[in-house]
Each structure stands twice: as C-alpha cells, then as structure tokens.
Design a protein around this ligand. Structure first.
Ligand code: NAD
Length: 357
C-alpha cells in the first residue's frame, strides 16, 4: 500500500489533478494499485487559507507519504506578495525540505503529435529522452555570491561549486534510470574550461564502474545544445548540473512542441519523489475546461515507474494515453486540423475509458 500526498495548487492545478485522480481511482478499483491519497494545500491557495504557501501541515504530510502528486502553483493575484510568501516559495521550500536533488525531465514526442514540433517530423518523431538535472547545488546555490562595488564599479559574482558527493548521487540516479531504459548515459559538462566540470567528469567515470551494463559518454554543453536540435534521438539519458540542466531541459521540452504533455519528477536519495507537469498554473485558461491534463496523468505514470515500483501499471497508463491520441482526441493546445477537440474533463474520461479497453 503506497501513500501519496495530492497537492493540486493553483490555477489549472485543480482541474488537471482531478483528471489524474480519476485514473488513480480506476487503477485502485480495477488493478489493485493500492494507493492511499492524502490531500493538502500549497501555493497561493495555501497562502489564502493559512497565510503560508507551504503550511506546516503540508510538510508533515509529505514526510509521512511515499510520494507527492502536484498540479501547479502561481497566479497574478499573488504576484505583489513579498518574496517569501509567493506561491513559488511553497514549491521551492518543499524541494529543499525533502532534499529532492534529482530532477527527471523526460522529453517524449508521440508520433501522433510530431507536427506540433517546430523541427522536421523525421528529426523528432518518436523522440524519447530523459534529462537528469542536479537540482539543489551548483551555481544556483554556491557561495560566495552577490553584487558589490569593486574598483569604483558594480561587480556581480556567483560560484559554481560541487562536492564530489553531490555529483556522485546524481550520477547514481542517472545510471539507475538508464538501467530501466536503453542503458546509455551522456554526461554533459564544460570540462575544457571549468575545474568544477573536470571533477564532475572524473566522478561520473567512477560512478560508471558500478554499472557495467550502462554505456557512459561525455559531451560539452555547447555541443549538447547543438546536438539536441540537430539529432535529439541519439540520446537516451543525459545527466548534467543545475545550470546546464535548466537550459537543456527547456530546450528538449520545446522539441516536443507542447508543454501540456510533459511530466517531471524530483527525487531524493530514498526514492521519494514529487511528480508534476512541467508547465505552470496557466491562469489565462484556468477554470475554462481547456487545460491539457495529460502531463499530470503521465506524472502518475512516472511516479509508478520511479518511486512505487509498479512498472506494469505505468506502462498501462502510457498505452492508454497513446490510444486516446491514436483515436484523434486532442485538447486545444495540441490540436491540428481534423482532430477532435475535447475539454479537460472529457480527456480525463477518455484516458479512463482506454484503461478499461
Ligand atoms: P504556464 O506554463 O502556466 O503557461 C504558459 C502557456 O502555456 C500559457 O499560454 C498557458 O495557457 C499554456 N499552458 C500551460 N499549461 C497548459 C496545459 N496543461 N494545457 C494547455 N495549455 C497550457 O507559464 P506562465 O504563464 O509563465 O506562468 C503562469 C504561472 O505559473 C506563474 O505564476 C508562474 O510563476 C507559475 N509557474 C508555476 C510552475 C510550477 O508550478 N511548477 C512552473 C512554471 C510557472
């Protein structure tokens, strides 16, 4: 029996998570999923009800659960709040408190949606790559940092830092994921210029010795950016630092043409994970039954695959999403001419129907 904390959050979060819950209910009732759900507050909705974007009750519940399913946070009405009270702080706080250092960002392009990409169909159709990004260290957190006056002018500085233990643990995370996929890891760095990357490369080589079944290669980040656009299907798993991963994962997401289709995970060393779509709370379409719920439904599939060890049911969800796309159903964000456009609710129902089939 697994216990999952459900945090719909703000904007379209409520609507898209409701569809994922339909899928979970179906699997609980028909496929012995055995998932117990606990519900909590995060983001602007949590601020409105409790005065904090990350209430202590949410944190306590997270620590008592095996995983989190999150919708999205944020919205115009909370933008004027002081920084620590903003919805996004709730999310960042949860990542930090749970030490979610390993960020998994798959970029999958369903052949049915290949025309949604700005790249040529043959370059991207069938794309299935996973970017593993280090999330809680590197230049985003390194000290010293700041802006000060030196020699009579303003001077800004940050520090790109990694302890070998921080590199080692993200390395293990990437290799373990590769073992569940095509068994290839490409480590992305800038070791020709940066000492911190020289260490990164050395440690990746050391970690690789524990995974003789997985092939390790290295690529400089500038080349990796070019290769992602030129021939993205050459990659299986890419592992990289916080900064490079931030940029490359958004680039990879755009190869697929739709942020409404992409799930993500952030894991800690115990396999605890927070699973969420990569997109935000889309306040422009919230409450209009227009949001694409598939990224959230696929987040459930990722949770089953990477935290709860229920790969068969994860495969079943993935197949059902494929079936619905094959049948020509699309939410507005991914629709082309000739498709049947459906709303958020109907898309959820269609996935459940496909699960039955
Ligand atoms: P966004 O991802 O919310 O929206 C960007 C565009 O994509 C919008 O036009 C939106 O309508 C569309 N879109 C997003 N998700 C969609 C879906 N499932 N189906 C159909 N269309 C979808 O990004 P934004 O507009 O830059 O940010 C809006 C709010 O979300 C901000 O408050 C921001 O801080 C927050 N945000 C939260 C997260 C998160 O919760 N992880 C991530 C990014 C942004």
């Amino acid at each position: 029996m697994s216990k999952v904390l459900v945090l719909p959050g703000d904007g379209i979060g409520q609507e898209i998570v409701a569809q994922a819950l339909k899928v979970i209910d179906h699997l609980n009732n028909n496929d012995n999923l055995g998932m117990e759900l606990v519900h909590g507050l995060i983001g602007g909705t949590a601020y409105d009800e409790t005065g904090s974007p990350l209430p202590q009750a949410t944190l306590d519940a997270a620590k008592a659960c095996d995983s989190i399913l999150l919708g999205a946070v944020g919205g115009y009405q909370w933008e004027a709040l002081e920084r620590d009270l903003r919805p996004e702080r709730g999310l960042l706080g949860l990542r930090a408190e749970m030490d979610l250092f390993s960020n998994l960002r798959p970029a999958i392009l369903y052949p049915q949606l290949a025309s949604a990409s700005t790249l040529k169909e043959e370059i991207v159709s069938g794309l299935d790559l996973m970017i593993v990004r280090e999330l809680v260290a590197g230049i985003y957190f390194g000290q010293p940092r700041g802006i000060e006056t030196r020699d009579g002018e303003r001077y800004g500085f940050n520090s790109a830092t990694y302890y070998e233990s921080e590199i080692r643990r993200i390395g293990h995370s990437a290799f373990k994921i590769a073992q569940k996929r095509d068994k290839r890891v490409c480590s992305v760095d800038k070791a020709n210029v940066l000492e911190v990357c020289e260490l990164w490369r050395d440690v990746m080589e050391e970690v690789a010795k524990d995974y003789p079944d997985v092939e390790l290669s290295h690529m400089y980040v500038d080349n990796a950016a070019m290769q992602l656009v030129k021939a993205p299907k050459q990659f299986d798993v890419m592992v990289t630092s916080n900064l490079f991963g931030d940029v490359l994962s958004d680039c990879a997401a755009m190869l697929t043409g739709s942020i409404g289709m992409l799930p993500s995970a952030s894991l800690n060393k115990d396999g605890f994970g927070m699973y969420e779509p990569i997109h935000g709370s889309a306040p422009d379409i919230a409450g209009q039954d227009m949001a694409n719920p598939l990224a959230t439904i696929l987040s459930v599939s990722m949770m089953l695959r990477y935290s709860l060890d229920q790969v068969d049911l994860a495969d079943k969800i993935d197949r059902s999403v494929n079936t619905v796309l094959d049948q020509g159903y699309r939410t507005a964000d991914i629709a082309s001419e000739g498709d049947t456009v459906v709303g958020t609710n109907e898309m959820g129902d269609l996935v459940v129907k496909a699960l039955q089939g």
